[in-house]
Design a protein around this ligand. Sequence first.
Ligand code: I3S
Length: 129
Amino acid sequence: QNYGASMGNLEKVGIVNKTKVADNGKRLRKNWSSSWTVLHGGVLTFYKDTKSQQSGSLKSAPSQIQTEYTVDLRRATICWAPREKSSKKNVLELKTRNGSEYLIQYDSESIIGDWHKALLESIRQLNAE
Ligand code: I3S
């Protein structure tokens, strides 16, 4: 995969904190970690913990950077998480059509606000197709 060549089509990329909280409708125990995160073509991809990747090698080829979660945004919903979902600030709640749920968080309000807008826009475009 030529990462450089695909950059032109990227809708958004950055680091966020995330935890999966449900899988197929089943509650999961929270496990917050930071991830390189890519929004592209109606799919949100979280890559494995940036800390473990730094202790490995940042020089590793993109093919060696492991995907943690791939989230199909078709018929997903995104909103600010209700206060009871987390004690953290600036938390987004992403729910997929097949009953998976993720919390996405970043201390900077402008950064998480940009993710919110980008995810809303991506979901809106998928709904319009
Ligand atoms: O919703 P919870 O159970 O209060 O979530 C917290 C726990 O996941 C906690 O880990 P333990 O399961 O080891 O207690 C995490 O360290 C916290 O970050 C979680 O709460 P927040 O409010 O940070 O999402």
